[in-house]
Design a protein around this ligand. Structure first.
Ligand code: PLP
Length: 391
């Protein structure tokens, strides 16, 4: 089949839930991907901040290949060495000693909500407007954007949304029945919204004082994305629970809940489970991916090239009045326009660059962390050209 045939036949068999771009991708290597007709693209989207170590990293390919010959799945009725090795690695790179393995970001958040309710014996979850926490019934309810939940009523009770970046609003929303505050350290899907510098520290203090758990959803911001292993490091907070997914296993589906020992003890045998969670193939993929992030200094690259990228985008902002803002940390950068970004995304793709637009007007750049200065330069000159033409 060629690209056109595939695109035409999709609706016959596949539910029509995504606003897909007209592009059929075939394979990838490093920062590049190719379509079926062999056209090359520089990937500044990385499968929504997932391919942090680039496409088909040799160490990741080797780990998955080897494990696939050994054992692909093993239920949680038994122990595996792979789960333990990954758990030890996660405890080395984070402040936590306890993990629960899931398969996606939504599942990790769903599990974190269960853990918070079980541990505190309270029910309310406070989250932020414009947030995104996933697509299950509970996580669309936690998500502070009504468009994701309005058609799925009745929604579970106990979810409250307050303004993002305003710690007072959280303080005022806390009641005797509040189990946890659930926040993204930087909102991704909501428009790459970076909170005021002291926000999370203030929220952490409020939560401590009021005996409420703090859950950070680092599904998008984790694994070097923001120039640190986790974005909580930027804001110098240690949440009671952190949820992770996207970049954890280099593209292999996986999610996890990390929790402080005491909070983790809220779960006892029978309380929570997953058939695939901690699957050995996912575990070796995560081990290889995290080791590549460490061994290849990708956190440093995310930080320095993120700064460089942001600087170049700010230079464009000085030239074009329709650029409202440039913001982000590391290689998670947003450029807010005064109009819908979809047209720019299409124009960039036609010239061989994959980017994304979110919250209607925000161009989101989340490239693999292995991106080079030269690649950023070629993209900036393409973006400049597009802006020149529409100006
Ligand atoms: C993508 C995302 C999720 C949902 O993850 P899935 O793997 O799609 O379920 C949750 N929270 C944040 C912050 C995300 O970016």
């Amino acid at each position: 089949m060629n690209s056109q045939e595939i695109i035409e036949n999709y609706p016959k068999y596949i539910m029509n839930t995504y606003g897909r771009q007209s592009l059929v991708l075939s394979h990838g290597k490093g920062t590049k991907v190719w379509d079926l007709e062999g056209n090359e693209y520089l990937d500044l989207f990385a499968g929504i901040a997932v391919n942090n170590i680039g496409h088909c990293h040799p160490k990741l390919v080797e780990a998955i290949s080897k494990q696939s010959e050994k054992m692909i799945h093993c239920s949680n009725v038994y122990y595996t060495e792979e789960q333990l090795i990954l758990a030890e690695l996660l405890s080395k790179i984070s402040p936590y000693n306890k993990v629960f393995y899931q398969n996606s970001g939504a599942e990790a958040n769903e599990g974190a909500i269960k853990l918070a309710r079980k541990y505190t014996k309270k029910s309310e979850i406070i989250s932020a407007k414009e947030s995104f926490h996933g697509r299950t019934i509970a996580t669309v309810t936690a998500t502070g954007q009504p468009k994701y939940s309005k058609d799925y009523k009745p929604l579970p009770k106990g979810f409250i949304h307050v303004k993002y970046g305003d710690s007072k609003a959280i303080e005022e929303a806390i009641t005797d029945n509040t189990a946890a505050v659930l926040l993204e350290p930087i909102q991704g899907e909501g428009g790459v919204n970076v909170p005021p510098e002291n926000y999370l520290k203030e929220v952490e203090a409020i939560c401590k004082e009021k005996n409420v758990l703090l859950i950070l959803d680092e599904v998008q911001t984790g694994f070097g994305r923001c120039g640190t292993m986790f974005a909580s490091e930027i804001f110098e907070v240690t949440p009671d629970i952190t949820t992770i997914a996207k970049g954890i296993a280099g593209g292999f589906p996986m999610g996890a809940i990390l929790a402080k020992d005491d909070v983790a003890s809220g779960f006892v045998p029978g309380d929570h489970g997953s058939t695939f969670g901690g699957n050995p193939l996912a575990c070796v993929a995560a081990i290889a991916s995290i080791n590549a992030i460490i061994d290849e200094n990708l956190i440093e690259n995310s930080k320095t090239l993120g700064e460089y990228f942001k600087q170049k985008l700010l230079e464009l902002k000085n030239q074009y009045e329709f650029i409202k803002d440039v913001r982000g940390c590391g290689l998670m950068i947003g450029m807010e326009l005064s109009f819908n970004g979809a047209d720019i995304v299409n124009k960039a793709r036609e010239r061989g660059f994959l980017i994304n637009s979110t919250a209607d007007t925000v161009l989101r750049f989340v490239p693999p962390l292995i991106i080079t200065k030269k690649e950023i330069d070629t993209f900036i000159s393409c973006l400049n050209q597009i802006f020149k033409e529409i100006n």
